[in-house]
Design a protein around this ligand. Structure first.
Ligand code: CMP
Length: 140
């Protein structure tokens, strides 16, 4: 199985509740390595670019407002099959549908305020990582 990198965001609802450490503990317990991490405030322009694929969706403005409402922790996670493994660990977008032992089951508050983001495929992971990290900030 290939070692992959995926992009993760610990979202403002989670940083506001001081859950960064608890989420990182779940990530590491699941066998993924945090090979880059920084706490940042993202601009509206950054959020609009990042979520560009959702621009026509009715929740787009709400999503951008939320993602710029407070600090986030952007991360690069590494491991075998990391993209799917992190999506499994996050759980369903809607916390009401999230399985037991997932981050969203444990911490998410709603579909919008759902504590974490993870890339959905290899090409998006590469683009999302490049939006927030330069190569020398990722130390495997
Ligand atoms: P994320 O994995 O960051 O990717 C897109 C985000 O859009 C998703 O998580 C949700 O937080 C958000 N989202 C999806 N559906 C809705 C919705 N119906 N209302 C508000 N936000 C949504």
């Amino acid at each position: 199985m290939a070692v992959e990198r995926t992009f993760s965001i610990i979202k403002p609802d989670a940083t506001a509740r001081n859950l960064g450490g608890a989420i990182n503990a779940m990530i590491e317990k699941a066998g993924l390595r945090i090979v880059a991490q920084k706490r940042v405030l993202i601009s509206r322009a950054q959020a609009e670019t990042f979520y560009g694929v959702h621009r026509e969706r009715p929740f787009f403005r709400e999503l951008v407002d939320f993602m710029t409402s407070g600090p986030v922790v952007v991360q690069v996670l590494e491991g075998e099959n990391a993209i799917v493994r992190y999506r499994d660990l996050m759980g369903a977008t809607d916390p009401a549908k999230a399985a037991a032992n997932t981050i969203r089951k444990a911490f998410a508050q709603s579909i919008g305020e759902n504590s974490v983001h993870g890339s959905d495929a290899a090409d998006t992971a590469q683009k999302e990582i490049a939006q927030f990290f330069s190569a020398n900030e990722i130390v495997g």
